[in-house]
Design a protein around this ligand. Structure first.
Ligand SMILES: [Zn+2]
Length: 460
């Protein structure tokens, strides 16, 4: 089923047969073979490999070391005539680790099999590095009106030497009018055709709260009713039965209306009701149905996930306190104070303290979404419209955090896309086992990003 679609797309891209490796797939294979699992996240060999490809094409390349040996950022620049401010492409080199025994192939071999490139990072985000790199390398032949900056970053999957760290010393090299990053999805239907293109215009961020239950510390042979572990358990049980209310941002409303237009009844009606209904019962029903999809459940609300428990130190002592860390992924604009007030109400126990523990370093204060009327958003939407006529393009609130905060917190618009059409099945393997990306999708994505850059950066 895949190959007729693939061949059509490859003719469009002027590339080779679907059964041969393609330039972007070949590059992705090389990138997967450089194991950048974080920790330890040693990205320098990958940076050197890319520098050797970029320099001969006229890029100026800087590899910025971090205090952690072997961990570095690459910043490459293609000069324009300076009549417009730079456009930047951000991609991260580090990948999450693997449960090797659960993979059916070597996750760092870069195997090409069944029309896919297999390996850790194929989707997140070495596929993106390969697509962005091929697109900017094709651009090297064209006169430009603005600089094109291509970055390969370290420590996106874990702090501390991520783009927030880099921006403190290298902001001049990263400053731009707008940037592309990972984020939204080019989702396929079960028949392989593209269903919609979502471009993220904001990211959720992370806040951690600490629950501390108190009780009497005493000998375990003589328990009392105020046991701290029981008290914490009851508080967690109340949280488990609770869910936050949907909060639709401008981009989430538009995204759900796109889903309403591209799905069948009764799903189409649930999406429409969630956005437009004023009847709490109708909204609750729509929320219940839509939330069966965990991704959609997450993007419309602040999510609640206990991640650590800490209590007890001896088998014969009842501890005086018990603690749980709760990780919340929040809609932009949510403050820790809002969350603490909400969670205290749910737990309704004055003997359980709810306190702020920390927030993601990439959090952007306020509720600002990058605008959909910028030259870069429009270029991306128009290029997607050319490649997949009639397919809706929608803004999107990304359900997790990315390293876009370094730019957004300085007022620079960032648009996120995983630049390859993928299925729900492909998506479920991101950060999981047997991660892989379709070869033909890599070529389509390269064409999308190349056309976008021509629109936004070529001299006319
Ligand atoms: Zn990523």
């Amino acid at each position: 089923m895949r190959y007729p679609t693939a061949l059509a797309a490859l003719c469009l891209a002027g590339a080779l047969s679907a059964f041969a490796a393609t330039p972007t797939a070949d590059l992705l294979v090389e990138l997967i073979r450089a194991d950048t699992s974080n920790p330890p996240g040693r990205t320098e060999p990958l940076d050197q490999l890319m520098a050797a490809k970029l320099k001969p094409l006229g890029f100026t390349v800087e590899i910025v070391p971090t205090p952690d040996p072997g961990k570095s950022h690459l910043i490459a620049r293609l000069k324009g005539d300076g009549s417009a401010r730079p456009v930047l492409l951000a991609s991260h080199a580090d990948v999450v680790g693997v449960e090797r025994d659960k993979w059916t192939v070597d996750p760092f071999a870069g195997l090409v099999k069944d029309g896919y490139v297999w390996g850790r990072g194929a989707i997140d985000f070495k596929g993106g590095i390969a697509v962005f790199a091929q697109a900017v390398m094709r651009l090297a032949r064209i006169p430009l009106r603005r600089d094109v900056i291509f970055m390969i970053e370290a420590d996106e999957e874990s702090a501390p030497y991520n783009t927030t760290w880099l921006a403190k010393t290298h902001w001049d090299a990263m400053d731009c009018e707008f940037a592309l990053n990972e984020g939204g999805w080019i989702m396929k239907r079960p028949d392989g055709r593209v269903r919609y293109v979502s471009i993220s215009t904001a990211d959720k961020s992370s806040i951690a709260l600490l629950l501390t239950a108190h009780g009497t510390s005493t000998h375990s042979s003589m328990p009392r009713p105020d046991n701290a572990i029981f008290r914490l358990s009851k508080a967690l049980a109340r949280l488990a039965d609770y869910d936050t209310k949907p909060q639709l941002t401008a981009s989430t409303r538009e995204f759900f209306l796109t889903l309403a237009r591209t799905s069948q009844p009764p799903d189409s009606k649930y999406f429409y009701d969630l956005v437009n209904s004023h009847d709490p019962a109708v909204i609750a029903r729509a929320d219940r149905e839509i939330s069966k999809d965990y991704l959609l459940h997450a993007i419309m609300r602040n999510t609640i996930a206990p991640v650590f428990l800490n209590a007890g130190f001896r088998g014969n002592v009842i501890p005086g306190s018990a603690q749980a860390t709760i990780n919340f992924r929040v809609i932009p604009g949510t403050t820790a104070a809002d969350l603490i007030a909400e969670i205290k109400k749910v737990i309704a126990d004055p003997e359980v303290d709810v306190t702020y523990q920390g927030a993601s370093p990439n959090a952007v204060p306020g509720t600002v979404e990058s605008p959909t009327n910028s030259g870069l958003y429009r270029a991306l939407a128009e290029s997607a419209g050319q490649l997949w006529p009639g397919v809706p393009v929608t803004p999107y609130l990304f359900q997790a955090g990315t390293d876009a905060g370094a730019w957004r917190s300085r007022g620079v618009s960032v648009y996120g896309i995983y630049p390859y059409p993928i299925s729900n099945d492909d998506l479920s393997r991101m950060h999981g086992n047997d991660e892989r990306v379709p070869v033909d999708s890599l070529e389509q994505g390269t064409e999308l990003i190349y056309r976008t850059l021509v629109r936004v950066a070529a001299r006319q």
